[in-house]
Design a protein around this ligand. Sequence first.
Ligand code: ADP
Ligand code: MG
Length: 381
Amino acid sequence: MTEKILEIEDLTVAFDGFKAINQLNFSMDAGELRTIIGPNGAGKTTFLDAITGKVQPTKGQVRFKGRNLRRLSEHKISRLGIGRKFQTPRVYLNLTVRENLDLACNRNKNVLATLFQKPPARDRGHVGGLLETIGLTAKANLKADLLSHGEKQRLEIGMLVAQSPDLLLVDEPVAGLTDEETENVGALLIALAESHSIIVIEHDMEFVRQIARKVTVLHQGSVLCEGTMDEVQNDPRVIEVYLGEVPTITPQQMIILRIAATMAWSDGNLAPEEAEVILSRLSRQFATDSQQQEQLKEELQNHLTQNAKIESLVPQLEEVEDRQLALRLSYEAIASSRRTPNEPAINEEEATAYQRLLELLDLPPEVVQQIEAEVAAELRR
Ligand code: ADP
Ligand code: MG
């Protein structure tokens, strides 16, 4: 059996009767990199607060390496090996990068030793390695004040690691960072994951996709679902809680649209004007006014950048009507992406993807033929 670093059972955290965390169950293996996402107010920060002892559970328990953390102080919990990085960097601005790391290395040691002795050679080597890991070797002797926001975030992650925690908790590490810095922080977390257990709370979906292995979705203080990024983002329940922007569409309809859009892109190339036509057509299917159509188009465009697979979408459609509609819209999207008369109606990649779609949809052949014939007739008009 794999060792569990964290086990949370039936956890409830209430503020004046309001349950910010509500009978939550969660567990994580040692060595995992886990991402936690969820809409605003889902309870993500409170979840971390309950682990670090900043708030006390109303009910239930948190076990870290098998030990119940109930009633332990924040300080004690940190000593047990749980390090937390808050959203805003907390580095000493008037110290150099190296001094910040030195200090962090010694935080848990004898204060006098830190004040009066040069760091032992072992620590100097340790700091050197850390500087490399966080990519700040060249800036080791600069005052932290002179670092960019992203570099400060990396320094703070380094300071956390300097204390050798077994479990790292990281709350929204890329909020407000440039794309390049976001990627750097992502690469750093992935590198650290080789030797640490890490929980990352995050909002930025693109970033989540960069780092995600197993994802847990929180909603109203409980775990809504868990899985790979692909599984989670196509789960109808997740679509529903994130769907605030396009309120009139159902999760099932959204999945149908995503399938058709994915199919239209299956050969990986689609001229922008074709893309525009197809996305507009798909958005008109379910959205009634032009504002909603624009929102839907945007949603579909986002979806397409995620390289989702139809394998994780189609099984979500349980109703046979939904499957038929998915087939109709997909066939239409593929067929209409080749309109010049001397081009084949469908190219090889599209044909392969379409075959795969048919297998997944598992509709009777005569139904498939009928739908194809109807769409073909419509397109000829
Ligand atoms: P998230 O980080 O997912 O956005 P939070 O954990 O910050 O969510 O908050 C979850 C819910 O609990 C919110 O509705 C928030 O208003 C409420 N909440 C959080 N902390 C407190 C508190 N100290 N007192 C009262 N309500 C709180
Ligand atoms: Mg929060």
